[in-house]
Structures are given as structure tokens and as C-alpha cells.
Write a new protein. Sequence first.
Length: 275
Amino acid sequence: MSKITAESTAKPFVANEGKQVFKTEGLQGRLERRNPFVRLFLAIIAMVERMNLRFSKVGNPSVYDNAVFPWAEKIESEWKLIRKELDNVLVRKDDLPSFHDIAADVSSISQDHGWKTFLLTGYGIKSERNIALCPETWRIVQAIPGLKTAMFSIFEPGKHLPAHRGPYNGVLRLHLGLIVPEPRDQVAIRVGERICHWEEGKVIIFDDAYEHEAWNKTDKVRVVLFVDFVKPLRFPASLLNWLILNIALFTPYIREGYDKHRRWERKFYQDRERS
């Protein structure tokens, strides 16, 4: 396996690297559930995913050279503003939701309280109160073309996220290191055959449609800014991708997550106002 850091993605950008899988063993059944609409939607996604590979404007590597996305440098240059707002959020870290408490399907890969989140936006749904708490972070992520999701992703000490793949290859993922404990070689993410180590203030951009896993083997918290953005595609895949990403808002997966987040948000800010 090749190893890289956020500062240098080691390999130059290449059109294809490794192989994407279209299922992760043990996860697909939970995503399909028993809803016929979801099963139909996933069948369409499988077809569109193959088109996305063929019509990509940026190739299909597991991990990208940041130079492919010139705006990434601007995100890195303002990371300390994001870190300052994160520190304010972490004052109430124990009150933040575990990811699987918001997105039930995440329970396929995480069922403990070792992976917490603080959501700003997700597939068209905004958390206005969280955004108000992190206005600089929100301003900065607006520079990301095709922004779909933005949140803080918090790994507690000892957390290991097992191998899995994302639900759809029409988006790419960005991690901006905000809190990366030492020793750094004990905090990493594997994407395909590549192992990446986060660095504070540095971006890693990868395709989560490759099998990946992440771990924090230290005794301190690791936090990244977690962003999904639309993968640059040529027509007609670009049009189909736009349709998929906008239809996703109406799926049970997204709607249930929105309802759960809204309930958490209401309690979180009521408690904050009373304290």
C-alpha cells in the first residue's frame, strides 16, 4: 500500500487507479430496506455510477492531487478560522450526536459513540442554527463548487471505522484536518490501496466510492471538516448526476435523517439557552 499525507498526495493525478466496487459486503441490504422506491432508486444509481466513471472530467483515482481543484488552497489558507469555531462547538462535545443517531444506515458501520458530527448542510438541508454558530466556516465552504455536505467529523480516541464504500460515486469527499493528535502515524484513512495521514490545515480529497476505512489509535480526539461536493462530469452524466442528487433529498434515508437532526438541534439549543 502507498502512504501519503495531506500535505503531499505523493502520486501525481492519474485518470484511473485501482477499481471501484459497486457494493460493500454486508451493507447493501440495509440500504435497500424493504421500500420498493428505495430499491428502484438504487438500481438507477448503479447504472448512473457506471456512466460517472466513463464521463468524469477529473479521472477516477482513489485520492486526488489537490492541484486538480485550485480552490482547495483557499480552504487551507483559512483553516484557523474554522478551527476557532470548532473549538467553540467542542465545548459541548458530549452533547453532539453520534452519526448513527442521525443517519440510521450508518449503524451498519458504526454503533458506538465514537463518531460524532456537527452538521452545517447535507443534500439541500441546512442547519441554520449550526451555521449561525459557525459563520466563518459556512462562508469558507461556499467557495467549494457543487457543495452538497459540510460538517465536523469527530473521531473519539480508539475509534475505528471498518471498510465500506459510500452510497454513490457522483460526489467526491474533502477532509480538512482541524485537530490531528500525535503520533500522527496512528491516525489515518485508507482509500483503496492508499493510506493517508491527516495534517492540521491540510486538505485530502478522495473518492469515497472506493472501499475505505479510518482509525484513530491515539488517546485524543481527531476532528476534520468533512465535505461532499459534486464530481465534475461531462454531459450526459452531469445531467443524470444532477437529477440523482436532487431526487436524493426526497428519499427516506435523507428525510429520516433530517427529522432526527431537527429533534437533536431543538434540544441542543434549548439546553444551551438554559445554561
